[in-house]
Design a protein around this ligand. Structure first.
Ligand code: SF4
Ligand code: SF4
Length: 281
């Protein structure tokens, strides 16, 4: 298989010294972040700006997506003290906006929905001014689980489609139409909720396939969109098929805005939680 070389616009440097303080706090409070687990290339920039995406419900996933660096094995039971520790971190970092996500917990009866709701409640108590965004798994399509999450009152709830339907074998255990239905159900449950989704590019999708996905997202009235370049965490993960140039991301942003998304972040380094505070500005 040909390895596609990384282009010059994707040479962001990680500077560990820039995040020592943040890592100290995360270690002290025994918290996980996607920033660390997913080896996000934006980690130095985000940690320097005191932005992080907290990974609740442990750092072990029950699914086996071939693009993801989260460790895949049997997870441990939810840590009931975790919501309060996340809330303490949000308060100590004085975050104006926080993103909370989790691995997929197919082993739990509610998929972890109650733990999400407890985390939202704890943050609201410790840092009432912080806006809360949840990036949720599909909860196997459970309307009850989605209702639990929505009832906790987050400002934004996202669920990523990740890629086009033809490539869904990379999302082991997921189903494109079920993920779309998650966003549709969120809208039904809370008509004024801001919903959000993200798609990674460079996995082999065509432009036509991408825009069919964006059409589907608008059909379920998804408010916000993120488009970013897929970067393989290692050679053992799904390979990058194509590096899209920044101009293509710019064009996609304009086209997506014209389709009716209220805010679009699109660029090689965009991740669903990148510049998260800008959505809804
Ligand atoms: Fe963390 Fe998101 Fe920033 Fe990446 S883009 S470092 S996951 S907050
Ligand atoms: Fe990673 Fe989410 Fe897939 Fe689990 S379900 S392997 S956390 S992308």
């Amino acid at each position: 298989m040909n390895i596609v070389r990384k282009p010059e616009w994707l040479q962001k440097k990680i500077n560990p010294a820039a995040h020592a303080e943040m890592e100290g706090l995360l270690g002290e409070l025994r918290l996980h972040t996607v920033c660390q687990e997913a080896r996000c290339p934006n980690i130095s920039e985000c940690f320097r700006q005191r932005q992080a995406t907290f990974l609740i419900l442990g750092a072990l996933c029950t699914r086996r997506c071939s693009f993801c660096n989260v460790t895949k094995r049997s997870p441990v039971p939810p840590d009931t003290g975790e919501p309060a520790r996340v809330a303490a971190a949000v308060a100590r970092l004085a975050l104006s906006h926080v993103v909370i996500t989790s691995p997929t917990r197919d082993d739990l009866a509610d998929g972890g929905a109650a733990h999400y709701a407890a985390t939202v409640a704890a943050i609201r108590g410790a840092a009432p001014a912080t806006t809360i965004e949840l990036l949720i798994p599909d909860f196997q399509g459970s309307r009850t689980a989605l209702a639990t999450v929505v009832a906790s009152g987050p400002a934004i709830v996202g669920h990523n489609l990740e890629t086009v339907p033809r490539l869904y074998q990379i999302r082991s255990g997921a189903d494109y139409h079920r993920s779309l239905a998650v966003l549709e159900t969120l809208r039904e449950l809370a008509p004024s909720l801001r919903t959000k989704s993200g798609v990674m590019l460079g996995l082999g999708e065509t432009e036509e396939e991408l825009f069919a996905v964006l059409d589907d997202l608008r059909r379920v009235d998804c408010s916000y969109l993120s488009l970013g370049q897929y970067l393989a965490p290692s050679r053992a993960h799904h390979p990058v098929i194509e590096y899209l140039p920044p101009e293509t991301f710019d064009r996609y942003r304009e086209q997506a805005l014209a389709m009716g998304f209220a805010h679009v972040e699109s660029g090689p380094y965009v991740r669903s939680s990148y510049h998260a505070a800008r959505y809804g500005e």
